[in-house]
Design a protein. Sequence first.
Length: 404
Amino acid sequence: MRKRLKRKHGDVYKRCPCAVRNWPTCEHPYWHSFKPTGRPQKRESLGVATKPEALAKQEARRTELRATASDPRDGRQTLDSVVIEYREKHKIADKDYYSPILCDLKVRGPHGSMRLGDKRMADITPHDLLTAVECYRERRVKAGDAGGRVGVRKLAQTIRHLWRWAKHPSRRIVKESPFDACEELAELARPKAGRDRRLEPGEEDRLLQHADPFTHDRIVAILDTGLRAHSLRLLQWHDVARNAAGEITHLIVKPEKQKAGLRKKRPVTLRIRVSARLSEVLERRALGPDGNELAAEARIFGTPTGEPVSEWFEDDRWRQTCEKAKIEGLHFHDLRGELASSMAEAGVPITQIRDVLGHGSVTTTDTYLRNRIGATDEAYARLEQWRVLPFRTGNRTRAQRRSA
């Protein structure tokens, strides 16, 4: 059997084994190729063997394809199939954490609850996505993650990027994104503004005064060590170092009790010196309700018997403390930045502050350094004082010399 050859004849061509001299007049049908806007290229048979009929049919076919170019490519695709294609195209299967979670979330279907991944992507509404986000939030709360605020935002950002990718003219899986019609979804995905809150004069005393014993000890710990709430929650009594006299001197924070990203970038063990105030707190918490010392595996900042507590419990106690102290807009993590800023004002080099906070670079540490209230007024006052200082070579001030 002879090889089928592609013979062009203007805008149309034939794919047949005929000789060069007689192929335009053979009985084999003409073909054509056409790429509509926002669609993949089409190559199909016109079904006629004469050129005039082929050109007329080609023009009619092009008109038909142009008219349907704005329609979705395939409205029957489920979210599962779209996510698989999305992960393969971007080659992010090992980094994309939230797309599979989105497919497994439950939403209301025609016959009760159903997986969001089993639903056709063109049929998913903004209400379905809001229901899925709420389902994810409930899962995080049950796991003790205090609502998973960061995870909810990242899930919403994944939804936004996935629908933008599906809406692109080269794919046209969906006509529009739910973010175009739902401001609530857009608000969930919007990055939060950077925090620059510091303790105002008297706020530390008010917090310690109105806090319950558990929250009081956590506030003292973070103000004196700068540890993350995650690390405080995981600390155990075998992480405490004592001197020959039995006094607590240091806290040993191993990499497995630090932030997940830090364990990969900078897996170091933090050795934190214990202040006199924190030492009193630890000595008191080392004793259980029966007066005996807790076991080495007991949690330092847990229940009176050394059992672990959930993040939800810690967050609720902190919120109640702020309400009693009449303090607004202060997060527990802001106390970590308070320690870093106080160290900077005391003249501690930023490289040492980086080691105290356990950061991988001074760039991250710099985001924690915040000016205290009134610092800009003090800077202008120092500038004015510098302007009127006398010269070493005479009694005239700089202002007098400049006017002369």
